[in-house]
Design a protein around this ligand. Sequence first.
Ligand code: PGA
Length: 253
Amino acid sequence: MRRKFVAGNWKMNKTISEARQLITELLLALKPLEDIDRAVCPPATALPIAARLLEGTGVGLGAQNMYWQENGAYTGELSPRMVAELCQYVIIGHSERRQYFGETDETVNLKVKAALTHGLTPIVCIGESLEENRAGKTAEVVSRQTREGLADLTPEEGARLVIAYEPVWAIGTGLAATAEDANAIHRDVVRPALTEMFGDEVAQGIRIQYGGSVTPENAAGFFSQSDIDGALVGGASLKAESFAAIARAAAGA
Ligand code: PGA
């Protein structure tokens, strides 16, 4: 049985004081939900306060991105060690990073390796664009992103991954994939690719989250599916009540 995992991707939202407020509210609501894994991923400036507030609560902390080099002349970047000082998780290869900041399967792969080396759990994002979806290329794109983004990892490293399938056309649009369609991608495309790379036992243990317009209203439908093991939540993670409602749906699934 894979333990459900719900993570909030705050994106470029919340100042330090706003983050303090949201986390304080969230902790009350998330605390009882100990049967699932829960995490928030605030912007980098709010990570230190978030780390202090979350310490010992069982709610995890993730960064939204990091660079793969250890240190040096990389203005504006955060190193894996800097992230690992504060976080347990790091989102890698979000479609917004791929779309606006030039990330590729190759840079995703470098970042995933760096995260694993530093004891972080990478939440590796994959997902097809609207154009690719319309052209019938979803399986091909998602399969390629999985294989190339996760290339050259050992099965032991594979076992430490979390994957988030986020169709780009569903992110922030209010147009979520149907639970059945998302599950079909998880079950018939992503998990078989993971099986080929890491073997069946490891692949069966890897959590595959769905992301893209997850709401309190549609969450339970996703979590009732065989291969949807949680959610990466954007917009609905910015309010304590809606994120907590999604987490409760996961805990009840
Ligand atoms: P959304 O974003 O829930 O606002 O669609 C999801 C994500 O980008 O992780």
